[in-house]
Design a protein around this ligand. Structure first.
Ligand code: PLP
Length: 476
């Protein structure tokens, strides 16, 4: 493709995307396709000769788009959001066009220094103290793995990298912790059995007293307690572990404290919502995902550490071919995580923060939080809906409980309710289980979601619920 064609298709694709953003509500949030439907449309073998962009683009529109799930749809209320924004998409286009590998300062000085700068901005935006230094990772899963590996090395005097892991190191988290923690524990060689699950209180938050008792018992039994992973904003219910109380225990027994605020972290940009961050200043590491709620398209995870040396000692490699004269004076981010090659992710963060300003991001978060509050009030006023966990930030966990149903029947009723809700095509919600009760989650956070969409979601929920218990009556 020559420059002229590139320009032509570039304009065309941006045009298409602009129309997509404008008309996204015309698509059902979730496609109605069965497994294998899309693959059937695609050839088994790659083309022998290059094909025309015209044809590739029309296949994209006709074969791929009908099979995608529209994460930027205003009716997106599933899992957690992965919102993007026009500013972020444009920056991503530039990143792809520049095609940098940001592994060391020398491979792109501006990328390394922009990353330092935007991570400083982010640190200030979420109210972390100056004792933290940030680096961009691809995902929270990777950031947490980095924390686990650093904790593993620090707790063993940096010997595991050399000698491998002995089976005595322990990690502590709750059953509400994201699955990436268990995955990280397995990959880092702690062993699944050494992930100790700490009891939660009635708001699904870790009990610091139980944590301390478990650490003591483990030490007496010859284990080495290495790391606690506390969650701020658990995936199921937005539970907030008491980081301040947990940090006291971690300091007393010299454990690494990692805080996973993958979704909730963005809310810390709003001063009046920042209360949940209490104690984070005592953590060793902290992660949150601008790629969830901060208008920055996937992937972009902000990982902050107190002691970059612990991170660098864990990951540093010094092959001759990567040594440069600037190494002593710069951040070589290849030593700040798992990958060597790194994308220029700082650019999209820079574009987003500059284009929205702190005020724009705060406004969006405040709106979503207010909408979740309103939705829960409508549910409670109806009288037949049960709020299943304290409503925090922009997540509402509920079930339909019109009375006279057994727990088993309620599970099945709510399973059907969720199917009906999602069959509307106008919204997409997902479920979880809280204290073994089937629970529907409404996670508000798409940057396109407004009060109209949440009101519509409530109408869909209410109507579907009415129809479930009065199948012959059309509700209005
Ligand atoms: N931690 C929490 C609390 C999450 O909710 C999630 C994903 O939803 C993750 C970690 C994993 O995030 P990522 O996809 O960036 O690895």
């Amino acid at each position: 493709m020559d420059a002229e064609q590139f320009r032509k298709y570039g304009y065309e694709f941006i045009d298409w995307l602009a129309g997509y953003f404008e008309n996204i509500e015309d698509y059902p949030v979730k496609p109605s396709v069965a497994p294998g439907d899309i693959k059937k449309l695609l050839p088994d073998a790659p083309p022998e000769k290059g094909e025309a962009m015209e044809l590739i683009f029309s296949d994209f529109r006709e074969k791929i788009v009908p099979g995608i799930t529209h994460w930027q749809h205003p009716g997106w209320m599933a899992y957690f959001p992965a919102n993007n924004s026009p500013a972020s998409v444009l920056a991503e286009l530039l990143t792809a066009g520049l095609g940098l590998q940001c592994m060391i300062w020398q491979t792109s000085p501006a990328a390394a220094e922009l990353e330092e700068t935007v991570m400083e901005w982010l640190r200030k935006m979420v109210g972390l103290p100056e004792t933290f230094t940030g680096v961009i990772q691809d995902t929270a899963s990777t950031a947490t793995l980095c924390a686990l590996l650093s904790a593993r090395e620090k707790s063993t005097g940096y010997s595991c990298n050399l000698k491998g892991v002995a089976g005595k190191l322990r990690v502590y988290a709750t059953a509400e912790t994201h699955s990436s923690i268990e995955k990280g524990v397995k990959i880092a060689g702690f062993g699944r059995e050494n992930l100790q699950i700490i009891e939660t209180d009635n708001e699904f938050a870790m009990r610091a007293d139980v944590l301390e008792a478990r650490i003591k018992a483990d030490m007496e039994a010859g284990f080495v307690p290495a790391c606690v992973v506390a969650t701020l904003g658990s995936t199921s219910s937005m539970a907030m572990d008491p980081v301040d109380a947990i940090s006291v225990v971690c300091q007393k027994y010299s454990l690494w404290l990692h805080v996973d605020a993958a979704f909730a972290g963005t809310a810390a940009v709003v001063p009046e919502l920042r209360g949940f961050m209490k104690g984070v200043e005592h953590a060793d590491s902290f992660v949150f995902n601008p790629h969830k709620w901060m208008l920055t398209n996937f992937d972009c995870s902000a990982y902050f550490v107190k002691d970059p040396e612990a991170l660098i000692r864990t990951f540093s490699i010094q092959p001759e071919y990567l040594k440069t004269g600037a190494d002593e004076r710069v951040h070589n981010y290849r030593d700040w995580g798992i990958q060597l090659g790194r994308r220029f992710r700082a650019l999209k963060l820079w574009f987003v923060i500059r284009s929205y300003g702190l005020e724009g991001i705060q406004k969006m978060v405040r709106t979503h939080v207010q909408l979740a509050e309103e939705l829960s009030q409508w549910m409670m006023a109806d009288g037949r809906f049960q709020i299943m966990a304290p409503v925090r930030l922009s997540l509402v966990c509920f079930r339909f409980n019109p009375g006279h149903f057994s727990e088993e029947q309620l599970d099945s009723l709510n399973r059907k309710l969720l199917e009906q809700i999602n069959a509307s095509g106008e919204v997409y919600m997902t479920h979880t289980s809280l204290r073994s009760k089937y629970t529907i989650r409404v996670a508000i956070g798409s940057h396109t979601t407004t009060r109209i969409h949440v009101k519509n979601a409530w109408e869909i929920i209410r109507k579907a619920a009415d129809e479930l218990i009065n199948p012959n009556r059309q509700s209005n």
